[in-house]
Design a protein around this ligand. Structure first.
Ligand SMILES: [Zn+2]
Ligand SMILES: [Zn+2]
Length: 360
């Protein structure tokens, strides 16, 4: 696992050319989020049991076949989970459930909340549960709790599809792959760290109250009272004396769409300022015609997108089996392009984008 400069540890369990899955483990809560549901055989049951939210790009076989394993592991533990994805996801989940015989379930054993996001950013939610024979029951979405202290909400067409336990917002826009596909950005709340020497300076002793104070600040509960060594403190005041607030850096997960002006504009409108991008590169740039035909990206196109969104890091995955023996060549090619485009002045980058759009 690689420790990133944000709230998640991430890993791509199937490697750069296997079925798409990005496993994101929250350092704050220990909860895991899955981006896409390709084959999950490379995740342990223990890892899968940490997953409470799944963000699906689309339901092509290689992005959704892991649903059965997710279900298999969760059913015995009565664990509810929540999925979001493009239009049609509610029917896809219902169809999966109807593929099995379920006569021995106990009340409340399977509860799956599904959120479909349409291209306008509207979200439709349903509960698919064993108590209702897996017939979707429409749900009104809870009002999402966003504080003024959090990063600003996306303007449509981006939508906030789910909020994780650690406060991370799963934001999405729909792009075109011949079928609607959700591109995702994870936006986490600020984190709080103890400033060097601050405890000594205020005569405070370290203890479990520090973690509670960090949590209170993350929850914007600034008025909460802390009793430490017989003295009362308000969370906001105490935090100002000893904690530093650090903004977390957003992550994006982009896969399965065609390199078009429309897709590019949507991404630039909603995801500019993202820090790290996980992006598919099905093809090397010499196979651009195949990418266009299959509505996928090349190494060069992924690098152009990452540079134009201002990302500092690009990690590539979903590399075609064409390069099975030399996946590294495709990965290196994407990195070389990314370094080149990242250091270009804005006008030069925009000319490079236009030239590639013209070719694609
Ligand atoms: Zn795919
Ligand atoms: Zn696809």
């Amino acid at each position: 696992m690689t420790r990133a400069s944000h709230i998640f540890e991430t890993k791509i369990p199937n490697g750069p050319s296997g079925d798409p899955v990005l496993y994101c483990l929250s350092q704050k809560t220990g909860e895991a989020l899955l981006l896409d549901l390709g084959d999950l055989s490379n995740l342990s049951n223990k890892e899968i049991l940490k997953v409470r939210h799944i963000a699906v790009s689309h339901t092509h076989l290689d992005h959704f076949i892991g649903f059965d394993r997710l279900l298999r592991v969760n059913v015995a533990h009565f664990k509810p989970f929540e999925l979001c994805g493009p239009p049609g996801l509610i029917k896809n989940v219902q169809g999966k459930m109807n593929g099995y015989c379920w006569n021995l379930l106990e009340p409340g054993q399977i509860q799956i909340r599904v959120h479909e996001v349409d291209p306008s950013g509207a979200v439709t939610s349903a509960l698919i549960s064993s108590d209702h024979a897996f017939v979707p029951v429409s749900e009104r979405r809870d009002t999402l709790k966003i504080s003024a202290d959090d990063p600003p909400l996306p303007t449509r067409p981006a939508a906030c599809a789910m909020i994780l336990e650690d406060g991370t917002r799963v934001e999405t826009i729909v792009v075109d792959h011949g079928t609607p596909v959700c591109a995702y950005m994870l936006q986490s709340p600020s984190r709080y760290y103890v400033r060097d020497g601050a405890l000594d300076a205020h005569g405070l002793e370290a203890g479990s109250w520090i973690r509670e104070l960090q949590m209170a600040m993350s929850d914007h509960d600034t008025g909460r009272i802390f009793e430490i060594n017989g003295k009362s403190w308000q969370a906001g005041d105490l935090s100002g004396k000893i904690l530093n607030r650090v903004q977390t850096k957003p992550l994006a997960y982009l896969t399965d769409f065609i390199f078009s002006q429309e897709n590019l504009s949507r991404l630039q409108h909603a995801f500019t300022g993202v820090d790290k991008i996980f992006c598919e590169t099905n093809y090397r740039t010499t196979e651009r015609h195949r990418a266009t035909q299959k509505k996928h990206l090349t190494t060069k196109q992924a690098a152009l997108i990452a540079a134009s969104l201002g990302a500092s890091e690009l990690e590539t995955f979903h590399i075609s089996n064409l390069y099975a023996d030399r996946v590294d060549l495709a990965q290196d090619e994407a990195q070389e392009f990314f370094q080149e485009f990242k250091s270009m002045p804005a006008d030069e980058l925009s000319r490079a984008l236009d030239a590639e759009l013209h070719e694609a």
